[in-house]
Design a protein around this ligand. Structure first.
Ligand code: ZN
Length: 139
C-alpha cells in the first residue's frame, strides 16, 4: 500500500460542486470522466500532492446514489495507490479482507481499481488503484 492517491467525495450535482471546489482549492478541475459501469460522473482536482475526486450518480442504481440517499453528500472513499493490484488483493484477502464483487476493473483516470468491503474496514470504503500504464502486459 502506497500513498493516498485521492479522496472521493459524493456530490449531488457536479455543475454546482465543481466551481465550489475550484474556489476552495484554488485550482481548476483538470479532468471530467464518466464511468458508465459504475453509474458515475467524476471530476478531478489536484492541489500540490493532493487529489480530490468528486462523484455524481448518473442513475438511481449507482452506488453513489445509494450512498447519498443513505448518508447525504460527503466523503465516500479513500483511495490508496498500489504498485501491483493483483498482489495487494491477494495479500489483503490473506489478511481476511473482502474485495467487493466485480473488481478489479477499470476505473476513472486511467486506473485499475478494487474496493474493500466497508464492513471489514470500520465503515470506511477503501479503494486500491494502480496506474494502467504500470501494469505489465501479460499477453
Ligand atoms: Zn476513487
Amino acid at each position: 500500500m502506497q500513498k493516498i492517491e485521492h479522496i472521493g467525495i459524493a456530490v449531488k450535482n457536479l455543475e454546482k460542486a465543481n466551481p465550489l471546489f475550484e474556489k476552495l482549492l484554488g485550482t481548476p478541475c483538470y479532468k471530467m470522466e464518466e464511468v458508465v459501469s459504475e453509474g458515475v460522473k467524476t471530476a478531478f482536482f489536484k492541489n500540490g500532492p493532493n487529489k480530490i475526486e468528486l462523484l455524481e450518480a448518473t442513475s438511481d442504481n449507482s452506488p453513489i446514489a445509494k450512498f447519498i440517499n443513505k448518508k447525504g453528500e460527503g466523503v465516500h472513499h479513500i483511495a490508496f495507490a498500489v504498485d501491483n493490484l493483483e498482489e495487494e488483493i491477494e495479500r489483503l484477502e490473506g489478511e481476511g479482507f473482502t474485495i467487493l464483487p466485480g473488481f478489479p476493473k477499470q476505473g476513472a483516470d486511467n486506473k485499475m481499481v478494487a474496493f474493500l468491503h466497508p464492513k471489514a474496514t470500520h465503515g470506511t470504503l477503501v479503494e486500491l488503484c494502480q496506474d494502467i500504464g504500470t501494469i505489465e502486459n501479460k499477453t
